[in-house]
Design a protein around this ligand. Structure first.
Ligand code: ATP
Length: 327
């Protein structure tokens, strides 16, 4: 017989659109099974400082469509220490919280993995990150919204680029993962996509620009912030030297990629996974992330989920596609 009576829920690391839909699903899923739910504010920071709020069906009303996270999020170095985690566990015991749902990315799951092994507390994770870089789920919560934000922004840039015969270098988020750049780059019809996994050299890009069709009014190059070429400004400097006649502009999209209303895809994914996390805990699962693969709910151990998906394997096909389509 499962003894869980009170589930704590927190959001941690970088925020992503759809986190609110996930919180709502965890709360309502818990209420459905007659469990109490405690909201933990600002991720692991709130866990260590006992910043807890009791949640009911009403406290998550009218949030499914809102970006950000009503529970706030934070980066918390104290949770990396044994002492910090000991305080966190004591707070859970004192407040009779007997299970946790953590919503975040790989850092959040690394902390959760250590914590669930150190202490006798079941923990299930939900993939809340715009990067889509976790094993064990086809999509992470927030990725679909983020790539649509990029596509909408770059479509606008394309209009002005086309009018002025300009080349735009657009920098998108992705320090370690080029998946946002890859998908959105295909979606906007980019002339080239530079990502950390592909070790694309700027020389290659220059060769392509020299040999590409000359009658194009505009050119868009999408660069992931973590690309080894050093980001949009660095690429811009090199191209300006090589192509002095080009009218080159830089646009760094920045934090707009994290905000905004979640897409329907992200709301549905978050809703389904939030309830699955509660049901997983009730079935005795711990140390795992709830994800969706080929439409099925799958629970993947944290240590596997945080092994970044091997994007290097899938990128050549996508980059080839981008090259074919840019002719
Ligand atoms: P995103 O992918 O959006 O950046 P994330 O979950 O990876 O989200 P991080 O800042 O890397 O975000 O991690 C969130 C928090 O998880 C950290 O602030 C820290 O509290 C905790 N954490 C990360 N790594 C560890 C670790 N090795 N041990 C304990 N806790 C950790």
């Amino acid at each position: 017989m499962n003894k869980i009576k009170n589930i704590g829920v927190l959001t941690s690391g970088g925020d992503s659109p759809g986190m609110n839909a996930a919180i709502r699903a965890v709360v309502r899923g818990s209420l459905y099974y007659k469990l109490e739910v405690t909201g933990i504010l600002r991720g692991y920071d709130g866990l260590i400082n006992a910043d807890f709020i009791s949640m009911d069906g009403k406290s998550v009303a009218n949030i499914i469509q809102r970006g950000g996270t009503i529970l706030k999020t934070a980066r918390c170095d104290e949770f990396r220490t044994k002492e910090g985690r000991a305080k966190a566990y004591q707070n859970l015991v004192d407040h009779k919280i007997d299970a946790l749902v953590v919503i975040g990315g790989d850092g959040t799951f690394t902390g959760a993995d250590i914590f669930s092994k150190e202490y006798d507390i079941p923990v299930v994770g939900l993939p809340g990150t715009i990067d889509n870089d976790l094993e064990g789920t086809d999509l992470t919560i927030g990725y679909d919204t983020a790539i649509n934000t990029v596509v909408n922004a770059v479509d606008k840039i394309r209009d002005t680029a086309e009018s002025h015969d300009r080349l735009f270098i657009v920098e998108v988020m992705g320090r370690d993962s080029g998946l946002i750049a890859l998908r959105s780059g295909i979606g906007v019809g980019a002339e080239a996509i530079l990502i950390p996994e592909a070790k694309t050299s700027v020389d290659e890009l220059i060769t392509r620009l020299h040999h590409g069709r000359k009658d194009k009014a505009s050119k868009i190059i999408v660069v992931a912030e973590g690309d080894e070429a050093g980001g949009a400004y660095k690429v811009g400097e090199v191209l300006k030297e090589e192509f002095p006649s080009y009218d080159i502009r830089i646009s760094v999209l920045g934090h707009i990629q994290r905000g905004g209303k979640p897409s329907c895809m992200d709301r549905v994914l978050a809703s389904r996974l939030g309830v699955a996390a509660v049901e997983g805990l009730l079935e005795g699962k711990t140390g795992v992330m709830a994800g969706q693969i080929n439409r099925e709910i799958v629970f993947t151990p944290f240590f596997k989920a945080i092994k970044h998906i091997d994007a290097a394997q899938i990128t050549p096909a996508w980059l080839r596609l981008a090259e074919i389509l840019s002719l």
